[in-house]
Design a protein around this ligand. Structure first.
Ligand code: UT7
Length: 331
């Protein structure tokens, strides 16, 4: 019996309407459009406004767009994974609520958290279930409301992050395409450099933690930058070497969007020119778990059956890795 391969067969996306521009950030912190653009490549990001709207609001919208486009009956979905670092609630899973709201009433569901690598790790999990033959339709959603944990008086973090959601469907491939190889890594050394101190089991919420602004993301940017540049490039190159791929065999690099300089360094190492690198950092910033599926949604109409894609991500934890996948359909 030939091996079952796990392919992405549909994509969907949602970004909130509100656009937070570099110009507006200039009114909030001591920064300027020139610095943000030259140091990160970001021009604007989307922010989810509205009382009581959490990450699931965007996850549901992205999933619904996918379902409408692909005409899939949500009752056929076996599993919903929501990759997120900003769940609606601690304890009650965002994925469970999302699955119910989209009508995936025959699915089980859970959240997966690996900071900016959450979606990449989710691809590995979803593909493994499909390859094993256990499940046939898995909805993997990457969604984050980063604005809920960002301090808009901290110029080191507030310029980078934005909100959004993207969704993909994994199914057994009918043409042998899909996930071909992966190399996923993690290292707890990173815990100190990118984190949110309070609200977890070490330091539960209190009036002190609120006063000390410990419910916001803290990042030692320079250190994270150095680790991200070298590790994303290393793992991407490994995908090529391990699979005997030449630079010209790669149609698309799909890199996490944290900083344009990290994206360029990774592209240089893989040896692909700018025309083959998916980029949307200028309009969304770093959307954490939503970044990779948002790229796929934005570039879907340029993707062709059989295209070779290299995904790469780096995030808090530290977590990082690369995935080699062949695209399974023409839009
Ligand atoms: O997705 C998860 C992983 N996250 C990442 O991969 C992010 C990695 N880090 C980065 O992208 C970059 O480190 C940042 C964009 C966060 C910062 O860029 P940088 O080039 O590393 O800047 P820096 O922190 O070394 O600061 C350089 C200068 C400093 O001024 P002095 O000391 O040279 O006078 C900062 O105070 O730029 C200053 N600065 C700013 N100036 C204007 C820092 N932030 C800002 C700002 N606007 N927003």
């Amino acid at each position: 019996m030939s091996k079952i391969t796990a392919a992405i067969t549909a994509v969907g996306k949602y970004v909130p309407d509100y656009i937070l521009t570099n110009k507006e950030l200039e009114t909030l912190v001591d920064t300027n459009d020139e610095w943000i653009t030259s140091r990160t490549g970001i021009k604007e990001r989307r922010i989810l406004k509205g009382e009581g709207l959490g990450t699931s609001y965007m996850a549901i919208k992205a999933a619904q767009e996918l379902l409408e486009k692909s005409k899939i009956d949500p009752k056929e979905i076996d599993l919903v994974i929501v990759a997120t670092a900003t769940p609606d609630l601690l304890v009650a899973s965002t994925a469970v609520y999302t699955a119910t709201e989209i009508g995936a009433t025959n699915a089980f569901a859970y959240d997966l958290q690996a900071a900016c690598s959450s979606f990449l790790y989710g691809m590995s999990a979803a593909a493994s279930y499909i390859e094993s033959g256990r499940y046939k339709k898995i909805l993997l959603i990457g969604a984050d409301k980063m604005s809920s944990i960002i301090d808009y008086t901290d110029r080191a973090t507030c310029i980078i992050f934005g909100d959004g959601a993207g969704a993909v469907l994994f199914e057994p491939s009918t043409n042998g395409f899909g996930l071909k190889d992966e190399y996923l890594r993690s290292d707890g050394i990173g815990r100190e450099f990118l984190k949110m101190d309070a609200g977890g089991s070490i330091l539960p919420a209190s009036s002190e933690t609120v006063k000390n602004k410990q419910h916001f993301v803290y990042q030692e940017g320079k250190t994270v930058f150095k680790f991200a540049v070298s590790n994303m490039a290393d793992v991407s190159e490994k995908m090529l070497v391990r699979n005997n791929l030449k630079n010209d065999d790669i149609q698309w690099l799909v890199p996490h969007q944290a900083n344009n300089r990290i994206i360029e360094a990774t592209a240089n190492r893989v040896g692909v020119d700018a025309a083959r690198v998916m980029v949307n950092i200028h309009k969304y910033g770093n959307t954490t778990s939503a970044t990779l599926p948002l790229l796929l949604a934005d570039y879907e109409d340029q993707l062709k059956e059989g295209d070779n894609l290299i995904f790469a991500a780096f995030g808090g934890g530290f977590t990082w890795g690369a995935i080699y996948l062949t695209w399974a359909y023409n839009s």
